[in-house]
Design a protein around this ligand. Sequence first.
Ligand code: GDP
Ligand code: IMO
Ligand code: MG
Length: 430
Amino acid sequence: MAIDVILGLQWGDEGKGKIVDYLAQGYDMVARFQGGPNAGHTLKFDGHKFVLHTVPSGIFRKNLLNLIGNGVVIDPITLRGELDTLRSAGCEYQSRLLVSKKAHLILPTHRYLDAASEAAKGQEKIGSTLKGIGPAYMDKTGRNGLRAGDIQLDDFRDRYESLKRKHLGLLSAMPEVEFDLAGEEKKWFDSVEVLRSLQLVDGEYFINQQLKEGKKILAEGAQGSMLDIDFGTYPFVTSSNTITAGVCSGLGVAPQTIGQVIGITKAYCTRVGGGPFPTELFDETGAALQREGAEFGATTGRPRRCGWIDLPQLKYTIMLNGVTQLAVTKIDVLNKFEKIKTAEKYRYNRQTTDQLPFDICGIPVEPVYASFPGWQLSLDNIADYEGLPEAAKTFLDELENQLKVPVTMISTGPDRSSLILKESMVRHSL
Ligand code: GDP
Ligand code: IMO
Ligand code: MG
């Protein structure tokens, strides 16, 4: 049996949580493969709203296993907060949530370092979520990190102290930032006890056994492909591989186990934090997208930058990920717009192309737009593709024609139920 993948094709916040929560009902397990508490995945159903950071978005579906894979970085404090929320909501997780022993831990000093590092960068700052992601992945690749399985070792405290000492040494050469280390450490060790109460597993053996037994697995990405450490708008990226390749290293599965790759794009585009964004709008249209889309970060509450959908950018991330199906979210946000634009090409260095420049942070890229009429109708209560206004279908056709990937899901609102499936295609392929 194959592992299907869901991931974001833009700069994050494409609606991964919603789509995973919807599709999870057809799977036996959902597995997060990278990222950490920088993610904020929003789920809405039955009048409730939940924002998950570390816990996979399949957790509210009964009888479904949820694995936090080795590629994830875990802050026990955030995880504990999420588990408190699940418990208050009556969601039983103890028997269904598994944590790979090889997932790395975010220490309080990783967050401290994140804050100091951003302060040191000044104007050039990445706009990090300050959750300690960069420093934790640096310790992973620097071979200094602590892993979830280490909490079961007798010398865990010594290992912690040794890494903390290293961090304090680094901090002494960085700008001073406010950080209540003693307070955060106390919370952290209390939360480690909660982590200890979860099922810590050899994730790679576990998931391969599940596959052998014919179980259906959905891999859930965090962030978006344009934030990938290798292929994103470096250095304005996160510190993990957010693309399909990250599924293999982040869960311990072989490339030939990958089945469908569902890429999610908003019907427009957003980005939170610093870095290039070719189609960003600084005018009333951008403000309208922000307003209609309620574009505020689910983790930090920061306003998201907004612009038109960017087809060269999507062609790039579709290529990197091997996307087989597209889910287009937040199409309802365009309901009131008279005109909708798509960036079809880029112009830079006196050429017109759909290739992203190497130096996307340095070269001014001018998008070449096509314009489409809006539908100026509410999409509430439209349950099937045929029921969509003609203008919306024309817009979706344009995406399919340009991107050469079928649109199989169209999200028309934040709720679990606001999803149009092109039935024949989704059922056929999933
Ligand atoms: P994720 O990080 O990819 O899971 O996305 P976020 O949860 O950070 O951001 C997506 C936001 O859009 C959340 O507030 C969702 O509730 C909301 N959302 C998801 N799909 C739709 C949709 O189709 N229409 C509207 N209006 N909102 C949506
Ligand atoms: P989800 O999973 C949107 C952005 C930050 C910053 C950059 C680096 O909800 O889509 P980091 O904290 O990783 O050092 O930040 O990446 N970023 C996200 N933007 N959605 C996310 O996650 C993000 N996770 C990180 O804003 O620009
Ligand atoms: Mg998000």
